[in-house]
Design a protein around this ligand. Sequence first.
Ligand code: IMP
Length: 190
Amino acid sequence: MELVFATQNRNKMEEIQALMPSNVKLLCLKDINCTEDIPETAETIDGNAILKAEYVKNKLGYDCFADDTGLMVDALDGEPGVYSARYAGEHKNDIANMEKLLTNMEGKKNRKARFKTVIALNLNEHEILFTGICTGTITTQPRGDQGFGYDPVFQPDGSNKTFAEMTLLEKSQLSHRSKAVRELIDYLAH
Ligand code: IMP
């Protein structure tokens, strides 16, 4: 079976392909000659994943899945949430986003937060959502130089390391994204 993963990010694609059952071949947007910027204009993470998967299914006619992720911080009423990539502006800068988050968290006692990934799958005229959540806390200083995004300031529950202090393998045992991907893979394997 061929299945489109609605991403331009080849690293993400290869990472997920390696976990897929052997009868599933993933194609990325480039493989189907889609170079358009798919709109991410929904107001929720679920909504954006659905929007991207439906765009590929309805406009381009392929079975497909799409993911969207956000960081929800309790003391900031769930911010940055669906705006995680653009928290400090449309230029989508990881360092600026992290600095804005730490500034907004100054003096806050409650540092609880969670990452949420939603994968929307459009397959054989059905749409199914898979969700992965990772709870943790926002540190007061960045720690570590691995990973991306908010990794240096997010310490998952049960660990004394931030995501940025972990190897890819350690992070993938805990992360929101791998939990959602494992659910998707279980579904496709059965
Ligand atoms: P996306 O939906 O996977 O593109 O994620 C949106 C934004 O959430 C990214 O630009 C990052 O800022 C943040 N983000 C997503 N996943 C992670 C992660 O695993 N660690 C840190 N930040 C992440």
